[in-house]
Each structure stands twice: as structure tokens, then as C-alpha cells.
Design a binder for this molecule. Structure first.
Ligand SMILES: *[C@@H]1O[C@H](CO)[C@@H](O)[C@H](O)[C@H]1NC(C)=O
Length: 117
């Protein structure tokens, strides 16, 4: 096969592979079915605690509003959390990266996504 034919063949393979991807796939985000699961609460508490520690804020977790996970080399948790800052409650989006077998956890991102509706 010539160079161009090999390239074309490779592109075709990639297209076919992409089309065959199942829904819950490495790299894709899937919704967390049970937001009340203790481990989800643990991740949420870690996110708020870590954010407070880094920023000097005094947020308190109210509840997990929404959550998704992404399987990479470990798992990314993307949670929408309601948290209290004094008397004001707002929603935050927290991303926590966890490698449970190494007991490694990191808060990758924590941003306010708006007041509680
Ligand atoms: C944790 O995440 C932050 C933000 O992405 C990053 O700057 C930091 O290097 C990470 N820490 C570790 C130990 O990976």
C-alpha cells in the first residue's frame, strides 16, 4: 500500500472505532446514579474542605445537586454542590481527581455556578 492509501485506511479505522464506542467509555463523562452514596458524599466533603483550606473561605456542604464521573487513569468526579457561606447558599461545580489505589485525591477545580434556585 502506498502512503496515501495507508493514511486513508487509518482514517477509516478511526472513524469505525469512534462509531462503535459504547456509552460509558474511558474519557467520557457519565452521570452518577446514586448521589447519596457515601463515597460521593466523601468526595463532596473533600472538595469543600479542600477549597476552604486553599482559599480561606468557610463554606459548608449543604448537598450534592448533580454529579458525573469520568474514568481516566483514576476517576474524575464533577459534582454540582450546594454550599453555605455564612447564611448565603450557592451552587458550586467541583472537580476532584481520585486514584483510590494510591489514596490520591486532588481538587482540580472549584467554581461558583450560581445562586441556589
Ligand atoms: C492539584 O490540582 C491543581 C489544580 O489543577 C494543580 O495545580 C496541582 O498541581 C495538583 N496537585 C497535585 C498534587 O497533583
Amino acid at each position: 500500500m502506498g502512503y496515501h492509501h495507508s493514511l486513508l485506511f487509518l482514517s477509516l479505522l478511526l472513524v469505525v472505532a469512534a462509531a462503535r464506542r459504547p456509552e460509558a467509555v474511558v474519557g467520557g463523562w457519565s452521570p452518577i446514579k446514586d448521589l447519596k452514596e457515601p463515597h460521593v458524599a466523601e468526595i463532596a466533603n473533600y472538595a469543600v474542605g479542600e477549597y476552604d483550606k486553599r482559599s480561606g473561605a468557610k463554606l459548608k456542604l449543604v448537598k450534592v445537586v448533580k454529579g458525573e464521573t469520568q474514568v481516566v487513569a483514576g476517576t474524575n468526579y464533577r459534582l454540582v454542590l450546594a454550599a453555605k457561606d455564612g447564611s448565603a447558599t450557592a451552587n458550586y461545580e467541583a472537580v476532584v481527581y481520585e486514584k483510590p489505589w494510591l489514596r490520591f485525591r486532588n481538587l482540580t477545580s472549584f467554581v461558583v455556578v450560581g445562586p441556589l434556585s
